[in-house]
Design a protein around this ligand. Structure first.
Ligand SMILES: [Zn+2]
Length: 458
């Protein structure tokens, strides 16, 4: 009887927990499977190679057991149950549902950790030479929360959309936490950098005079969430390791779809827009998706030729909401790969970080005999070669068109840095190889499936 009662209470408790969790997200949408997987947890990056995190279970789960022999995989039923139980407990312990009740300190980050220098920096948040690395240090690793909250305020979004500032901060903290700080490149600092760049583009005269508060709201949310829960490996890696996300999204824009659905999950969980009509919330989710999906670098040619055609015809009309949203897609694409357009000091740091992430993937691929992806082999690639190829085939064409659309001082500054940075990498390349004319051919294979998702540095 005693045991039965305990089980009964346990079941009621679990049912209550899951119903509360489900209460935070809607299950009436067609993409519920994606959200369901996202929200249930235990999808963390975990490997025998050693990178396991104790963060909330929101990471795309990469099961390295598939690379081991059957005997190694065999786990007894009881052991598996214990692990499941532990996983569940860990999940409950770290669940935001509980933390939301007991730990309100997420809302105090700005007040607690703010210091004079960070505040000073925010006064120049619209400067192209804004040093996001310094800002991240000054805010104690909270650059994404601090910067995005500040921009919401600056653009008058809190007032316009009557946002609850507690919910907004909690949402931003959740976003920041769902980036993987152990990724050298695809972490919350990259998201903060992209958000800052997006802000610079939104201020450009052509855009600022035609954008609505709704457009600005979507742009900032999409920029802040565009790489949410990025696992630090690219799409080809997920496909060749039979990752469930590759299956779920049919090997198409796998990461971008996951970033979008993760963002939607957090928007719903935070209740930030619960006061809006369902119709508006659905519109917001879908438009954020359009923006995030545009950052898939394998689609760059399509977006670029559309952009070019519009510019050739001169028919872009920013009174037209569809045209505005297309331009915002292009702006987010620019923001995502703008690293080579920053000053050399900033640009070089980004180059080193993205290469470190590529090479880390290559190391895993070598270790498990998966075939090393292009640009990921530390024995044959160099930062300089990768950067020159990236700039030549992806960044220059995109920013060239952007400058045609918005021929401003900022565009000229960006192109100026791009030219100088490319020359600097060519200098490095000459020192290393003695030739100086090696451009990585990988970037020419834009239509190939093997293009890593993130030479985009995205
Ligand atoms: Zn990115």
């Amino acid at each position: 009887m005693g045991i039965a009662l305990i089980w009964c209470l346990a079941l009621i408790f679990i049912k209550w927990i899951t119903s509360k969790r489900r209460g935070a997200i809607s299950y009436d949408s067609s993409d519920q499977t994606a959200l369901y997987i996202r929200m249930l947890g235990d999808v963390r990056v975990r490997s025998r190679a050693g990178f396991e995190t104790e963060r909330r279970g929101s990471h795309p789960y990469i099961d390295f057991r598939i690379f081991h022999s059957n005997s190694e995989i065999e786990v007894s039923v009881s052991a598996r149950n214990v692990r499941r139980l532990l996983s569940f407990q860990r999940y409950l312990r770290s669940s935001r549902f509980f933390r939301g009740i007991t730990v309100p300190n997420s809302s105090n980050i700005l007040d607690d950790d703010y210091n004079g220098q960070a505040k000073c920096m925010l006064e120049k948040v619209g400067n192209w030479n804004f040093d996001i690395f310094l800002f991240d240090r000054l805010t104690n690793g909270n650059s994404l929360v601090s910067l995005t909250f500040h921009l919401f305020n600056l653009h008058g979004l809190i007032e316009h959309f009557q946002l609850d500032t507690m919910k907004l901060r909690r949402f931003l903290v959740m976003v920041q936490e769902d980036y993987h700080s152990q990724n050298p490149y695809h972490n919350a600092v990259h998201a903060a950098d992209v958000t800052q760049a997006m802000h610079c583009y939104l201020k450009e005269p052509k855009l600022s005079k035609s954008l609505t508060p709704w457009d600005v709201l979507l742009s900032l949310i999409a920029a802040a969430t565009h790489d949410l829960d990025h696992p630090g490996v690219n799409q080809p890696f997920l496909i060749k390791t039979n990752h469930y996300l590759a299956t779920l999204y049919k090997n198409t824009s796998v990461l971008e779809n996951h970033h979008w659905r993760s963002a939607v999950g957090l928007l719903r969980e935070s209740g930030l827009f619960a006061h809006m009509s369902l119709e508006n919330r659905q519109l917001m989710e879908s438009q954020i998706g359009d923006l995030i999906l545009a950052t898939d670098i394998s689609q760059q040619n399509e977006y670029l030729s559309m952009f070019r055609s519009h510019l050739d015809r001169g028919d872009l009309c920013l009174e037209n909401a569809n045209h505005r949203h297309f331009i915002l897609q292009m702006a987010l694409k620019c923001a995502d790969i703008c690293n080579p357009c920053r000053t050399w000091e900033l640009s070089k740091q980004w180059s080193e970080k993205v290469t470190e992430e590529f090479f880390h993937q290559g190391d895993i691929e070598k270790k498990y005999h998966l075939g090393v992806s292009p640009l990921c082999d530390r024995q044959t690639e160099t930062i300089a070669n990768i950067q020159i190829g990236f700039m030549t085939y992806l960044v220059e064409p995109l920013f060239g068109e952007w400058a045609r659309f918005s021929n401003t001082r900022l565009s000229q500054t960006m192109l100026g840095h791009l030219g100088l940075n490319k020359a600097s990498w060519k200098g490095v390349q000459r020192e290393q190889s003695g030739s100086g004319d090696d451009v990585d051919p990988t970037f020419e294979e834009m239509d190939s499936d093997i293009l890593p998702q993130e030479p985009r540095l995205s």
